[in-house]
Design a protein around this ligand. Structure first.
Ligand code: SF4
Length: 471
């Protein structure tokens, strides 16, 4: 059997909010579909959305993402400030400029993107593209957005493993512990060596720099934008005021200067927790408004890792010289463990699969950077997930706003607490292993009602009146 190989840079992806499974995945699926089609023979196309993609697709911007994907925009580089104009234009003109305008097609999003109530058997996030050609023939391709921006095509040949194998293939915590014992390495060393099988040190460093730049700019932008988030729930942005209250009269000129000034701020427990919450909220307010974020491991949970990484950089005295790289690579190995052993899709596992996994990732990265040994790193991840088990996904109006934005603060704080517990304890006598908590999460996900799996059919989504302002 071929073991799935997932790079850290598959888990951390630069993209556009609000959802990795409902925005990024369908966007990628649209791009993949276009590669299957002879554009000059195409006369029309339609897209069918199924299951969770249909139930919360409007609030999660699925239709917008599909249109942008079909038009050939890249989520990594699109000017996010123009997204509203693009969509407005298509709704008015009812024309798609396929593949950056090389082909123009009649397309009415209201008619040609169909929100079906039923779900496809393989996964709750299914979508089918049907293209109709000039000679009367047609092509139909189905894709599944399986969480974290990962997409698979129905009936695709999965037996071909194109990438060079990792020297240390990992599918469980037990694999990591085996390598550590045999080779006197830590978690970071193993991940680093695996990444070096696919790219050079310089390429790794470039990718880390790009990710960190995107993360910190996202936090900075979120802390400096006021107003109401889009979508109709009338949620006020709060990071702006939190930042203003915390930073006070201190002046700064750019994001790096801002971070330097935060380091000099009061380090009281109250202040630090407010800053961590501010960082996480800032990211997810950007995510909720089609801003650029780093999927970590999903968009809904994109605030946890930057918040905990900034906590490390701003408020912790002891840290390695290459703290950002070591944090990201260590955290990046924990996400795949959950993807392989359980899920990172809220449509399959509820919010434990998003915020829970991001918290476990952050806890591991922080513990490594604060000097924890590998067993403490893995235990921190275990503790963080243990206290997210059973967490449901019930976004009001299908928007990634309530409870999602605040929930990132909780994931970040739990990650910090989990790290502190692991660092002050003895992992040798821990009763619960990371593998056991991953298995438990999977079983909990299977038992969880579909109402709590990104359908907005249960929990807060049905108990909160839309007119109520954010709590
Ligand atoms: S409740 Fe959690 S899983 Fe659901 S959309 Fe919000 S952040 Fe994502």
């Amino acid at each position: 059997m071929i073991m799935e190989q997932i790079s850290v840079f598959d888990i951390f992806k630069i993209g556009v909010g609000p959802s990795s499974s409902h925005t990024m995945g369908p966007w990628v699926a649209a791009q993949l579909f276009l590669k299957e089609v002879e554009l000059d023979k195409l006369t029309s196309l339609k897209v069918d959305l199924y299951g969770s993609l249909s139930k919360t697709g409007k609030g999660h911007g699925t239709d917008t993402a599909i249109i942008l994907g079909l038009e050939g925009h890249d989520p990594k580089s699109i000017d996010v400030s123009k997204i509203n104009d693009y969509i407005l234009n298509i709704n008015n003109e009812k024309k798609l400029l396929l593949d950056n305008g090389s082909h123009i097609l009649d397309f009415d999003p209201k008619e040609d993107i169909i929100f079906n109530k039923e779900k496809l058997p393989f996964h709750p996030n299914g979508l089918t593209f049907t293209g109709f050609f000039i000679d009367g023939s047609s092509i139909e391709e189905t894709y599944y957005s399986i969480g974290g921006g990962f997409v698979i095509q129905e009936n695709a040949d999965k037996s071909v493993q194109e990438q060079k194998p990792f020297p240390y293939p990992i599918s469980s915590e037990a694999d990591i512990l085996k390598y550590i014992k045999e080779n006197d390495m830590n978690v970071y060393d193993i991940v680093h060596l695996n990444e070096l099988a696919w790219r050079t040190e310089e390429e790794i460093d470039d990718k880390i720099s790009e990710l960190w730049l995107t993360m910190k700019e996202c936090v900075f932008r979120g802390c400096h934008r006021e107003g109401i988030l889009p979508g109709g729930l009338n949620v006020n942005r709060r990071a702006y005021k939190m930042n203003s209250n915390l930073i006070g009269e201190i002046k700064y000129t750019n994001v790096d200067d801002w971070i330097t000034k935060i380091k000099e701020c009061n380090h009281s427990f109250s202040n630090v927790t407010k800053w961590v919450s501010c960082f996480a909220i800032a990211v997810n307010e950007e995510n909720a408004s089609f801003g650029r974020v780093v999927t970590a491991p999903t968009n809904g949970a994109a605030g946890v890792i930057p918040a905990v990484l900034l906590y490390l950089l701003c408020f912790c005295d002891e840290q390695p010289k290459s703290a950002i790289k070591e944090f990201i690579l260590t955290a990046g190995e924990i996400g795949p463990l959950f993807k392989k052993g359980s899920t990172i899709s809220a449509a399959l596992g509820g919010c434990q699969a998003e915020i829970g996994v991001s918290s476990a990732m952050a806890a591991a990265g922080l513990t490594h950077c604060l000097g924890g040994n590998s067993k403490q790193v893995l235990q921190a991840a275990e503790i963080a997930m243990e206290h997210h088990l059973g967490l449901t996904c019930d976004p009001i109006m299908g928007l990634v706003q309530i409870p999602c934005i605040e929930r990132n603060t909780m994931g970040a704080m739990k990650a910090i607490t989990a790290s502190q517990i692991a660092l002050s304890g003895n992992p040798e006598i821990a009763k619960v292993s990371l593998d056991q908590v991953i298995k438990t999460m999977k079983e909990t996900a299977l038992e969880m009602s579909d109402k709590f799996k990104e359908t907005s059919e249960g929990g807060l989504a049905v108990n909160i009146s839309v007119a109520v302002p954010e709590c």
